[in-house]
Design a protein around this ligand. Sequence first.
Ligand code: LMR
Length: 393
Amino acid sequence: MFSAIEMAPRDPILGITEAFNADLNQNKINLGVGVYYDDNGKVPLLSCVQKAEELLIAAPAPRTYLPIEGLAAYDKAVQELVFGADSAVIQEKRAVTVQAIGGTGALKIGADFLKRFAPDAEVYISDPSWENHRALFESAGFKVNNYAYFDAATHGVNFAGMIADIKAMPRGSIVLLHACCHNPTGADLTSDQWTEVIAAITAGGLVPFLDMAYQGFGAGIAEDGAVVRRFAEAGGPLLVSNSFSKSFSLYGERVGALSVVAATAEEASRLMSQLKRIVRTNYSNPPVHGGKVVATVLTTPELRQLWEDELAGMRVRIKEMREAFVVKLQAKGHDFAFVRDQVGMFSYSGLSKEQVGQLREQSIYAVDTGRICVAALNSRNIDIVIDAIAKVL
Ligand code: LMR
């Protein structure tokens, strides 16, 4: 029965890591996947994580099953981080949160949940969006459409196009939005533009699904989360997926969460019962370790402060790399000033697929769309990258 099965294409992002890993060149550079590396080119083990693990090891605990919805302390801490501790949706018990297998797992629980209760709705994602958004919602059974987002001419947001597309969506449509640090473009909305988007979504009876995988990498933890809070205050249904892969450098632990905001506490408890069914039939219940680490850090004041400082350090280093990238290309006669204005880990560099292919011949890996991970640049590799880019331009 397997003989007719065709080879699936490589994943557009993780497939690059596969090709990178297979490259024998010692000086290879991976600007493909969204992973933060420190200035030594290493994925950091944050001190706050290490200290939380020391606390956990000092009080060894058996590995029983977690509840289907995850560790209670984790879910509570995530809710307070995402919506703000004083948020009305928390006080009124209108928000429910389930621990998820990373941000992708959170999106998948949300997609399956929506497919079950809004089977005829269509999903709208930004043009472009994270490659896995389309694949994930399609595999949940949805028709996935684009709304206008990126303007290649300005390297910014085509806001007129975006708002017009949102206003034209049928009521009940699901709109996937990046809460901050848009992946792949690095182009975010201004606060005033968000005001218009929230108004259009509310007036149009649409269902916003906010993906927040990079909280803290834009302007700051609270600043980046502000959009979620504004949507929560606007009333109406809301889904939020968030991830600690990047902000805690816990990629392989797969720690994320899905939060859903209901109209009433009673409705919220019904939603939670359905979310639990989806989790149970997919992977039963989430793993213990990553959730415990994050919960320990978020609820222990010294560790929380340490985390905020370490996250700020990552944010600042990325900004320094953006600046260096612009200045060094400027010195070679190329204007990439727009990279300075982009936020988060990524830049839509404007490099063509052919140019990305030429970079790969020099063992520098980027996504075919021209997305580069600025967080993978460091003081040792940046000149190599700049020279290579200048060569292909
Ligand atoms: C990325 O966009 O590179 C990251 O979110 C990693 C992934 O899973 O694709």
